[in-house]
Design a protein around this ligand. Structure first.
Ligand SMILES: N[C@@H](CCC(=O)N[C@@H](CS)C(=O)NCC(=O)O)C(=O)O
Length: 237
């Protein structure tokens, strides 16, 4: 059995979408990051960076359990485990997928996350930070749009790179972007969204999603952006 340590966020959805696409049975272990469950010692043993998603596969490569953190690594592992599903075995094509996955991991996720933070959550409205991350979001959307003008999906066929990127673009309004400005991206977005497995992946823990759009306050703020997040990490016993 595969245990997915999950919360309903873009990085979590990447893996729930892939598991749904693969049709693998899995159990969802909720890690309520607003309540600080990501700091529990038993979770830190699996995910030392105190972030979701993480995954434990009881049936690892050598038949022994394997624990993984970082969504990109988890996606590559699951694709390979399933006989190179959504990530081709051919080396040239595989690195086509890997480069777009790394672009998501190193660019799209972190930069759009900062756009959310400064546009939506920051207690002070800092013009420089808002402009910087809104402009960077627009630049990244333009890179994606240019790529999708020449290719149906990011790396040729539908792959883990598309599954990793799509959940981050759902919050395009928070990032100050209008999809109508990016016609090729908009076409791809509608195609990916229409996939039944994508919809199932996005429905995981649906009942826990905070749809109010409210800013985290109090304990939630401390856990995500405040004192608890930046306190000296507890030593793993
Ligand atoms: N690079 C990591 C980022 C994971 C990440 O930022 N997870 C967020 C939710 S989207 C989280 O767990 N935040 C809780 C915290 O920072 O304490 C990945 O792709 O897995």
């Amino acid at each position: 059995m595969i245990d997915l340590y999950f919360w309903s966020t873009p990085n979590g959805y990447k893996v729930s979408i892939l598991l749904e696409e693969l049709g693998l049975p899995y159990r969802v272990i909720p890690v309520h990051i607003g309540k600080g469950e990501q700091f529990k010692p038993e979770f830190l043993r699996i995910s030392p960076n105190n972030k979701i998603p993480a995954l434990v596969d009881a049936d690892g490569p050598d038949g022994e359990p394997i624990a993984l953190f970082e969504s990109g690594a988890i996606m590559m592992y699951l694709a390979e485990k399933c006989g190179w599903a959504f990530m081709p075995q051919d080396m040239r094509a595989r690195y086509g997928v890997v480069q777009w996955l790394m672009f998501q991991m190193g660019g799209v996720g972190p930069m759009l996350g900062q756009a959310h933070h400064f546009r939506k959550y920051a207690p002070e409205k800092i013009g420089y930070a808002i402009d910087r991350y809104t402009n960077e979001a627009r630049r990244l959307y333009t890179v994606i749009d240019r790529r999708l003008a020449e290719s149906e999906y990011l790396a040729g066929d539908y792959s883990i790179a598309d599954m990793a990127t799509y959940p981050w673009l759902r919050a395009h309004k928070w990032q100050g972007q209008d999809l109508a400005d990016f016609p090729h991206l908009q076409r791809w977005y509608a195609t990916v969204r229409a996939r039944p497995a994508v919809q199932r992946g996005l429905a995981v823990l649906e009942e826990k999603v905070d749809k109010s759009g409210a800013k985290p306050t109090g304990e939630r703020w401390d856990n995500l952006f405040g004192t608890r997040q930046f306190s000296t990490p507890e030593k793993t016993p």
